[in-house]
Design a protein around this ligand. Structure first.
Ligand SMILES: *Cc1c(COP(=O)(O)O)cnc(C)c1O
Length: 360
């Protein structure tokens, strides 16, 4: 690690691998002999089309995306999908939602504008500290789709299984995509804003079963139609060119580091280092129930808001930054995405132990 870099525990936009940033910097002024930056290229040029196609191929390989599914590179963040999903998939009828956190709740509320939303599970009453078991999911009659959020970035919980539903399953994987292997064939659609675990902000990846396209409500803007975007290979208009290129660099890094299986081992190791401190502490209190814990976002607090603030400040002075919890929860949060080195988790754990010794 270069000396002036910090360990950045931000929930998003978040840390990227140094080697990826260095490569982007090297290629910034003159990409592959073109005499220009990727930022300056026409999205219709042959050279850019090559970058686009390769990135898609790499993502398809990294997640073993079956041929039944199409990969789309869209914009508008995960939040636009909260509306785009019901516009395209609810058909004026009903869908089932599991509300296990902030973003799933927002998605459910947005979907109400386009059809009937059945919230079939809601963990609000326990502060979103858990994920339901399959047996707790009581689906309604004939939902068009079932929606859930794989990793709850704000509350630090994560689904440890892929739920079965009597309809297509739609999943927000913004904060854990590419961190473990998933069987894409089990999903009608997976989507993720890129800025947590994939690329800079500005790109949304959608992986959709092509059979679900073409059911959009009549007034759906063309740019929000999955069918149109599939037909145009995400180039109805200018795509987020540079972010897609950056995703390609990230995917090269991912492959060189063991792919999603390698990432799954790393996230386990990284989070265990921090959870181990939490589990043996008389000062820090973990938020999530043990069986529902996220390996991406570790949420916890001390006994008081004042101590939390002191912890954050002390951490920053050691180059451990962005440990403040989300404003909805307060407390503390360490986001441990793919690019967080193990050393970052070790440094955080050491600081937590020292902080505890000096504050009990
Ligand atoms: C960050 C996040 C969002 C919101 O993403 P935007 O790209 O800012 O719209 C939605 N869902 C999850 C799980 C997130 O982590």
């Amino acid at each position: 690690m270069t000396n002036d870099r910090v360990f950045n525990f931000s929930a998003g936009p978040s840390v990227m691998p140094e080697s990826v940033l260095e490569r982007a910097a090297r290629e910034m002024m003159n990409y592959n002999g073109s005499g220009m930056s990727v930022m300056e290229m026409s999205h219709r040029s042959k050279i850019y089309q090559g970058i686009f196609d390769e990135t898609k191929v790499k993502l398809k390989a990294a997640l073993s995306v079956p041929d039944t599914h199409e990969i789309l590179f869209l914009q508008g963040g995960a939040t636009l999908q909260f509306a785009q999903i019901p516009m395209n998939l609810i058909c004026g009828k009903a869908a089932d939602y599991a509300v296990t956190g902030n973003f799933a709740g927002k998605a459910a509320r947005e979907a109400e504008k386009y059809g009937t939303v059945n919230v079939i599970y809601d963990s609000t009453s326990t502060g979103h500290d858990r994920i339901p078991a399959q047996s707790e999911l009581k689906f309604s009659e004939n939902p068009e789709y079932f929606y859930y959020c794989a990793n709850n970035t704000v509350y630090g919980t994560e689904w440890q299984y892929t739920p079965h539903a009597p309809c297509p399953v739609v999943c927000d994987m913004s904060s854990d995509i590419l961190s473990r292997s998933v069987d894409v064939s089990k999903y009608g659609m997976i989507y993720a804003g890129a800025q947590k675990n994939m690329a800079p902000a500005g790109l949304t990846v959608v992986i959709i079963n092509k059979s679900l396209a073409g059911r959009e409500l009549a007034y759906t803007p063309e740019i929000m139609s999955y069918k149109t975007m599939i037909e145009k290979d995400s180039m109805l208009n200018t795509p987020p060119c540079w972010c897609i290129y950056m995703l390609g660099l990230m995917l090269d890094w991912l492959e060189a580091n063991g792919g999603v299986e390698g990432m799954a081992e790393l996230r386990k190791e990284r989070s265990a280092i921090v959870y181990d401190v939490l589990d043996n502490s008389s000062l820090f209190i973990p938020h999530a129930q043990r069986a529902s814990r996220s390996e991406m976002n570790v949420t916890f607090r001390t006994l008081s808001a004042e101590l939390d603030a002191e912890f954050v400040k002390g951490a920053a002075s050691r180059g451990l930054v962005n440990l403040k919890g989300h404003k909805l929860t307060g407390g503390l949060r360490a986001s441990l995405y793919n690019a967080m080195p193990i050393e970052g988790a070790i440094k955080l754990a050491e600081y937590m132990k020292e902080f505890e010794v000096s504050h009990v």
